[in-house]
Ligand binder design. Sequence first.
Ligand SMILES: Nc1ncnc2c1ncn2[C@@H]1O[C@H](COP(=O)(O)OP(=O)(O)O[C@H]2O[C@H](CO)[C@@H](O)[C@H](O)[C@H]2O)[C@@H](O)[C@H]1O
Length: 493
Amino acid sequence: MSNLNILFVASEIEGLAKTGGLADVAKSLPKSLQGKGHDVHVVVPCYRSITGSFDAPVVLDTALLADNDTYIDYQVRELETDGVKVWAIDCRRYFDRESLYAENNQAYHDNGERFAFLSVASLDLTEKLNFRPDIVHANDWHTGLVPFLLKNRYQHNEFFADTRSVISIHNAVFKGVFSYAELKLIPELTRERFAHIEIDHHHIAFLKAGVAYADKINGVSPNYAKELLTDLGSQGMGWDFSARANDLVGIVNGCDYGDWNPEIDELIPQKFKANKTSMTRGKKACKKALQAEVSLPQKDLPMFGMVCRLTEQKGLQYLVPILRQFLLNDVQVVIVGTGDPAIAHQLNEIATEYKEKFAFVEAYSNKLAHWVEASADVFLMPSEFEPCGLNQMYSMVYGTLPLVRNVGGLKDTVIDYDANPEFATGFIFESPEPSALLIAMQRALLLHAQNPVEFKRVQMNAMSCRFDWDDSAQQYLDLYASARVGIQQGQTA
Ligand SMILES: Nc1ncnc2c1ncn2[C@@H]1O[C@H](COP(=O)(O)OP(=O)(O)O[C@H]2O[C@H](CO)[C@@H](O)[C@H](O)[C@H]2O)[C@@H](O)[C@H]1O
């Protein structure tokens, strides 16, 4: 395949603006694609929180016509993160805010308009900057209107004649449901009804629009792609995914070993290599430093760690009811996370009761995320559902055995100790219940206590696993090629 022009549109990107795993993918996948010789530009909003964003060079100063004859001015600023080229859309009325999506756990009232604008502006700017994309790659609901716009507004536009679109589903639980009243930037949607992307007569779902109009769709792991055709994964969009089943594939995320690698990680207290001596020494030093940092006694105890958004998705409803019981063991647990205040309150209560054994840090901290990955013996991901999950892959590199539920990408990436001791890389449980999680946690603890040599062997297995972004990027290129079947080679700009 000849080199492609790829416009990658997302609501966040690691290194500039991040709230979760989407940001990691939005940096690492374009980086790999770029490394394979393709010309990739990532389009994101120019948020206030991006350091230096409003001083970055302006490559386009323009305006968009809203349907009521008013213009919305915006500029495109050129940024870069880890060698990835970024076009940041600077539109102060939408993006010069304290946060990305919400404040005080309350979504911004105009998120529909803000992210409709992101989709409209991304195609507007690429034409004005004369970057003719072979592929426009949208991600999740925030950019779900991009495929819709290509198939409607730009259907007869020569500039986009050879452009095809792909949408990646990172989490179908968030659909981007907004009323028609919020769609003044997309008059096509208010002039005529598009019943198949509606939730009811008054609301559409941006994600439905993406799924209905993208040329190809992917879930972020093979197992999640299958789940998207079931109740668990489709989250009420079973019909939409089934209708596109022939265009739906699963591609597992990768691990960015430039960012997550104990041999070169500048964030952790002591670097270490993938051999037993170095790992044991390194993890011990990291654990001591973490214990001091989160005010746990500096004892040589097994440590279970967790870093996540505090939501039901991440399985805290299974963990909270059994955590006190688990803490009766000789063990320490560290959780770093932000999100649902009710979950945070429960974790704070347990932390007060079990000061010696449990630390809860209510913060978003990249440093602590790295410290937990490096220090813990077991990493908890008891997710209710998990499209792919990244932390289980990160934890494996650091010799921290993931303990996961048998769903989504967790199923694709972790091998259970009891099921396959020789090749095991972690622990898996099945049932979405606290008792099943507790049994798995006890199982991990028992192996650590009774057979430390065997535990270390499994840690070595985990450290030798590779989830290379280059392999996943190659699968994305195959997906792009399938989206572009019928377009003559060599026609790219
Ligand atoms: N308090 C905190 N402090 C520091 N860092 C924190 C943090 N809370 C979370 N993070 C970081 O955010 C990322 C979370 O990634 P995940 O893939 O686990 O979940 P997320 O649900 O956000 O992503 C969705 O998209 C991704 C990408 O496709 C899918 O893997 C996933 O299954 C899907 O739910 C990790 O890099 C993690 O370290």
